[in-house]
Design a protein around this ligand. Sequence first.
Ligand SMILES: Cc1ncc(COP(=O)(O)O)c(C=O)c1O
Length: 410
Amino acid sequence: MSWNTKFSEDARAIEASEIRELLKLLADPTVLSFAGGIPDPELFPTADVTRIRNDIEGNQQISREAMQYSATEGYLPLREWIADRHNTDNLELDFGNILVTCGAQQSLTLLAAALMDPDAPIAVADPTYLGALQVFMTRRPNFIPVATDPDGVVTSELEKAFQAGAKIFYTIPDFQNPGGMTLPLERRQEIIELAHKYDVAIIEDTAYRTLYYDAPPPASLLEVEGEFLGKGKWQNEGLVIQIGTASKTLVPALRVGWTIAPKALLDKLVILKQANDLQTSCMNQILAYRLFSSILDDHVLTLRQVYGERKDAMVKALRQYLPNNVSFTEPEGGMFVWLRLPEGLDARKLLEVALAEDKIAYVPGAAFHAKGGGDNTLRLSFSTCSPEDIDRGMKKLSDLIAREARRQVA
Ligand SMILES: Cc1ncc(COP(=O)(O)O)c(C=O)c1O
């Protein structure tokens, strides 16, 4: 009996993630990995987590609340904190615009269920976050990949996607995963104008927004839209839905994320979440709320400093060692650098050699492309490696690329 014949069309539409399969190979502790894109566990605020857990357990009323079923929308103080944190005079957000989700990944799942139909055109950056492509794939849409340059999505190409009928655009404007690009303010303004011209909903994923290393990124698309529409209009006329997460700044294991949406959409998302998992763990929401409201700002300063040093080390090493015909993005935040190898060099094949001969790992870029391409691209993450390991790893990788390029010519 083959289960394949029994799978639903939705289940058949989703395939194993190349990255997750690859990560299995990384169990080997001798491999120096630039593949993950995960926070450094040494930077987790473990002492604060323990202290706050003890506080919760020491208070009978709070600890009972934490253990009980709770409202699907989320823990009220956390919703209020998120609304305050993202509010502007124009937007007039309140807790009724916030749904707490099981990570930003569930925000994507719920939005896909609420907004995406089979065959409907959906604009996504080329490349974009693989986890989003995977979720959207279950809805069997018609992806329209939009070309990017070192500043992110090219707006003239985005307009073509809107003209082709895309009614949804998914984007990571700040320090994109996987490309590391950040959209300049002018492009953000153009995107909002285009969205309103063509009536396109925008899913703005802010997973890395607070992890900037020099200057903060430009105003978010949500903020730009608030300004574009004017005071108090977003609730009825807004097209931007913003999603965020505690995973990159606190700890991924909390599985706390959120969606900021106009109320009419939020109500639908709440029903979908109810059907999906009833609620996000109240224990984790209370923990997230207390961590956010006590240590977040200080903790993020540490993350910015440590990750910033690692980013500098990677950029410096790549500048020093890479052959001239390889280009790379220089991110201003986040966790990723994106490499473009000479045409004809296949990053997947190169990875096999990198793992076997040099014991280094990265993620081949093809996986991040909705409709293929990008065989000569790859993603490097600097978040979990020391500057010394980064220097050593980039030297090995650069030598390998030069060696393979020579072998190809010979
Ligand atoms: C751009 C982006 N969005 C969303 C997520 C999912 O995050 P979460 O842990 O909140 O589900 C990730 C995780 O890597 C990500 O890179």
